[in-house]
Design a protein around this ligand. Sequence first.
Ligand code: SF4
Length: 280
Amino acid sequence: MSDPTRFDLDDRQRAMLAEMGVRVWWPATPVAPAAQARLAGPAPEAAPVQATAPAAAPAVVPFEAAALPPRAAPAAGPVTLPVPIRPLAEGVDRMEWTALQETAAACQACDLCAQRQQSVFGVGDRHAPWMVIGDAPGQEEEQTGEPFAGQSGQLLDNMLQAVGLSRKAKGESGVYITNAIKCRPPGNHNPTAPELATCAPYLARQVALVQPQIILLMGRFALQSVLQTTEPIGKLRGQVHRYQGVPVVVTYHPDYLLRNPADKAKAWADLVLALTTAQG
Ligand code: SF4
């Protein structure tokens, strides 16, 4: 993850970005440290969407325009912590992977277990440097048993491949993917605050086991569970938050991006922020 030429996108990554709908200008040569520092440096308050593009590439959205550096973090609005519906099994915070997954599969701590066909625990390298956390499984996820399935999963895979990551890879290209909620809310209803609070210890233990270098939160229920706030994604993205001491970057859920493709450039900027943060 420390390769300084990582931002020199190859043809495959450019193709992935094109598929995401993101048009990127980036120099053909490896990025100088000063340019990377620009990515990580403070930004003026007014987001420079009209940032200066190189004269040679007028028809392409300048990379700097999409890659907004972190803003000064406003005080996130705290929420009154909801009370778990029923206690989880004893010792979730100390369980290893097999026990944790089996306990979640048999869990009856909230009412989402009632219509559960199977829980959706997580996929990917359990020692990956990246961890992606989404909201809750939908119908396709419940059927496949994997988070981020179908079109949404395809878009996520393309986004990850654009920064050299894959849910099938091990080691530095690996990523562990899960959701804040492990069982599908019937009718795809929004997870409630008590449901999120009840399921949160499973996620906390997964983070403690993976010990990622960076967490990417995708969706408002993921950030509600992890960051304990109801602030909108638009207000929390562009900053680096912390969870269990791990840097956290917030972005839009792929389902949202499929409905709002104009915001894919912002998601790309968030990926770049996560990448630069992970590279430290
Ligand atoms: S959603 Fe979480 S807390 Fe609720 S039954 Fe499933 S595993 Fe248990």
